[in-house]
Ligand binder design. Structure first.
Ligand code: FES
Ligand code: FE2
Length: 415
């Protein structure tokens, strides 16, 4: 095992700056398994919105790798997250992806748990058996602004430390008073890193995303298309941003940006930027897609993007939000999930048209799925060698460095 680790460390060290990763990082099942443990299971991940389980006993499952998490509302309206593993002989308890229950009853031998996870009935056990010792295992979770985050680690990073620098960007949008307008999964035949590589650069936006380029200017795409500090500065866009910042501050709304520059377990970024021209929202005609949310009393002509980890991005207009979750499903498979949130009082057909709301990100994500799948096919060839990155792929390079450094630290510690 020691020998394997040192070979892997050599492989990590051999990765070149400003080039993508070697083939094995995008294909190898052992690297994939290690990735899940090191990254996905070790981050605070947004998995859903509290409006999805409005009533007592409502639940949904969040599944990744070998883990299945029951997210359920208890009698005190608290949301609990439990590992979907019976404490008797380990059967999964909830088999349906979502539902409503009075209690959680294991389908195998009918041990039953209340909505707090306490074991409340187990037949024919001996006198020494104490029900109180056999409650469901809790998964670490936090509700922030109506957003449900979990962390699968036994020793997670402090949630406050995690959320603090990006908190105000999310709070601006009032997601605690939102509802899910639409949710869609885009199963993508590509390794999670290849999928995220694509999301962390906007070099491909011009050739691949006519809808995105219709909404966003060339100058924005160059400098901010994949987030702040991910592309060469555009003087034209910087001027526009400065003017907009002044105007928006006068209106009393947040401006600015955040990025994790020092290496840590976190990979966060956030920024507020103006739309092109007189657009108000990330819709085809630039007109509002729904009613205003959060602190907004009028449209400020800008929008907010927040990356909470590599696995979640929040893209928020003044009137709706699209939240991305990237879930690794295997060495060559990733689910990209998008949840569109609108104000809880917004009525479909009256206040928003669903097609208008989802238009840009739906079309763009369908195009991305195709690009990533083509990329994965090429990367599998014996002739794939990593090629040089452009000036517009700094975001991808940043993610790769963060990824490799983590692997290296973890492996050194286990030698
Ligand atoms: S495994 Fe659940 S009751 Fe036996
Ligand atoms: Fe894309």
């Amino acid at each position: 095992m020691k020998k394997d680790n040192s070979q892997f460390i050599e492989l990590i060290k051999s990765q070149k700056s400003n080039f993508p990763l070697d083939q094995s990082f995008y294909t190898d099942p052992n690297i994939y398994r290690n990735d899940l443990e090191t990254f996905f299971y070790n981050q605070w991940i947004f998995i859903g919105h509290e409006s999805q389980i409005k009533n007592i006993g409502d639940y949904f499952l969040f599944e990744v790798g070998n883990e299945s998490i029951i997210v359920i509302r208890d009698k005190n309206q608290k949301i609990n997250c439990f590992f979907n593993v019976c404490r008797h002989r380990g059967s999964q308890i909830c088999l349906e992806k979502k539902g409503k229950v009075k209690k959680l009853v294991c389908p195998y031998h009918a041990w039953s748990y209340n909505l707090n996870g306490d074991l409340i009935s187990a037949r024919m056990m001996n006198d020494e058996f104490e029900k109180k010792d056999w409650g469901l295992n809790k998964c670490k979770s936090k509700i922030f602004e109506g957003l449900i985050f979990i962390n699968l680690s036994d020793d997670p990073d402090d949630f406050k430390e995690f959320i603090n620098p990006i908190k105000k960007f999310i709070e601006l949008h009032g997601l605690n008073r939102a509802k899910v307008a639409f949710k869609k999964t885009y199963p993508t035949d590509g390794n999670w890193k290849l999928t995220l590589d694509n999301f962390h650069e906007c070099y491909h936006c011009l050739p691949a995303h006519p809808e995105y380029c219709h909404v966003h200017s060339k100058d924005y795409i160059q400098a901010y298309g994949a987030g702040n500090n991910t592309g060469p500065e555009s003087i034209k866009f910087s001027k526009k941003l400065n003017l907009w910042n002044k105007k928006t501050e006068k209106l009393g709304y947040l401006t600015g940006e955040y990025s994790d520059f020092n290496f840590s377990n976190f990979f966060r970024s956030a920024e507020r930027t103006p739309f092109d021209g007189d657009r108000l929202s990330e819709t085809k005609d630039g007109k509002p897609g729904s009613i205003l949310m959060g602190q907004f009393k009028e449209f400020d002509g800008g929008y907010t993007t927040v990356g909470t980890s590599p696995f979640n991005s929040f893209i928020m207009s003044n009137d709706f939000a699209a939240i991305f979750t990237f879930i690794p499903r295997g060495p060559l498979k990733t689910d990209v999930e998008i949840m569109w949130l609108v104000h809880e009082d917004a009525e479909e057909g009256k206040d928003y048209d669903l097609n208008k709301l989802i238009w840009m990100w739906d079309k763009t994500t369908i195009a991305d799925k195709k690009i990533i799948e083509n990329n994965q096919k090429g990367v599998m060839s014996k002739k794939y060698v990593p090629g040089p990155l452009s000036e517009m792929e700094i975001g991808l390079e940043k993610l790769k460095k963060w990824y490799l450094k983590h692997l290296e630290i973890k492996l050194k510690n286990t030698i």
